[in-house]
Design a protein around this ligand. Structure first.
Ligand SMILES: Cc1ncc(COP(=O)(O)O)c(C=O)c1O
Length: 396
């Protein structure tokens, strides 16, 4: 006996990647360069080890279910500074819940926001296509209907809300949106965010902004969901924003993020977490608060990513549909057939990337990720240069 919804979760992208590439012998005599996973390889900020050592006596305590005052204050101050919000719009004591990585919250969002029925029908959850796979797992486990919004070159790599009909919008209980987006690196404009939030309020659904790449950008500082809320008068109704230290602070192993937004949902999330929350431990909360208070390491990180984009410009311009991403740290390369390209790159070049088809779903016979590979720029610039030269030599 098991929950049959689990049977629909069998195509996790990294399992599929292993099945594709394990039979392939990686290029003999070449160093292996791993670019399939969005796991930053930059050194982690020393603040983490220092703070955790200073809090060594606190491992004996159960973590507070939703976070500590110190953490809430650090996050509320950061959000207010980062998005130029009116003082007090995000209240430390009310609007924030600490997460063990944003993935945990993105998954729980569907338990929190999706009712059994909406207007007597099966609820819909909208998500971009391609998308971060956890969204789909959360939707399917909740027995909601996923409705994919194409985020392709034709739609400027963003979902187009105007393509949705009334019936779909009225059944929608929740929407996942990612900006800057993984895998395409698109930054949604403030007008786009405002329009999406207006729709959420008009049709009474919850808008979940996955903003875990908010601090990795090139020229344009990505606007956020809270900025849209401020523009509409400051209410946080129908809105959740998810943030993470995994990319901002190159600390995916810390498992630290947060969700902020709608007061009613935050209260219910605190209750739900009494049952099913993986609360960050007190030393982790302290280290996380210190990281949210520090901008120097974040700026240094951004400078390093811009150097990598410069390297990519030099090697990739005019090739394989290359464009310099506005945010996040992926190249989304149009190689014709992503699976074939991934096999060739592993077998002939020792470079491991993920086919775009694993990050998307086929709708009406078309998988929008099929022609692409995603290349994570997580290594140092010289390693990236070597990898990109090998990609060009193998595929172009
Ligand atoms: C789009 C997106 N959202 C969320 C996450 C989850 O990040 P974390 O759980 O480490 O905060 C990732 C990680 O790769 C991601 O790419």
């Amino acid at each position: 006996m098991h929950n049959d919804a689990l049977d629909r979760l069998t195509d996790y992208p990294f399992d599929r990647l292993r099945a594709l590439l394990n039979p392939v012998t990686p290029a003999p005599g070449k160093s292996q360069i791993l670019m399939q996973l969005g796991e930053p390889q930059h050194p982690e900020p020393p603040i983490i080890a220092q703070t955790i050592a200073a809090k060594a006596g606190e491992w004996s305590k159960y973590p507070p279910v939703s976070g500590s005052d110190d953490f809430f204050n650090a996050v509320a101050d950061w959000l207010t500074r980062r998005y130029a919000l009116p003082q007090g719009m995000v209240k430390a004591s009310e609007h924030i819940v600490a997460l063990s990585g944003s993935r945990e919250g993105l998954y729980m969002a569907s338990d929190l926001c999706v009712p059994r029925t909406k207007h007597g029908k099966q609820p819909i959850v909208l998500l971009p296509n391609p998308f971060y796979q956890v969204y789909l797992g959360a939707i399917l486990m909740r027995h909601a209907e996923p409705v994919y919004m194409p985020a392709t070159k034709e739609t400027n790599f963003l979902p187009d809300f105007s393509a949705l009909d009334e019936e779909t919008l009225s059944r929608t209980a929740m929407v996942y949106l990612c900006t800057p987006s993984n895998p395409q690196g698109t930054i949604a404009s403030l007008d786009y965010l405002v329009h999406a939030l207006q729709l959420a309020r008009k049709y009474d659904f919850v808008l979940c902004f996955d903003e875990c790449y908010a601090e990795i950008y090139d020229k344009v500082k990505p606007p956020g969901g809270l900025e849209a809320a401020a523009k509409l008068g400051g209410s946080l109704d129908n809105l959740l924003v998810f943030h993470s230290l995994s990319k901002r602070s190159s600390a995916p192993g810390l498992r630290s993020g947060f969700v902020a937004g709608d007061l009613n949902l935050m209260r219910r999330l605190k209750m739900l977490r009494n049952y099913a929350g993986a609360s960050p431990q007190p030393p982790v909360l302290a280290a996380s608060a210190a990281l949210w208070r520090d901008e120097a390491h974040v700026e240094a990180n951004r400078v390093l990513y811009r150097r990598k984009f410069d390297v990519a410009d030099q090697i990739m311009s005019g090739r394989l549909g290359y464009y310099r991403p506005d945010g996040a740290f992926y190249l989304w390369l149009d190689v014709g057939d992503g699976e074939e390209a991934a096999k060739a790159l592993w077998g002939e070049a020792g470079v491991r990337v993920i086919p775009g088809t694993y990050l998307a779903r086929e709708i009406d016979g078309v998988n929008p990720g099929k022609p692409y590979i995603r290349v994570a720029l997580v290594q140092e610039p010289d390693v990236i240069a070597e990898a990109l030269h090998r990609i060009v030599d193998t595929l172009d």
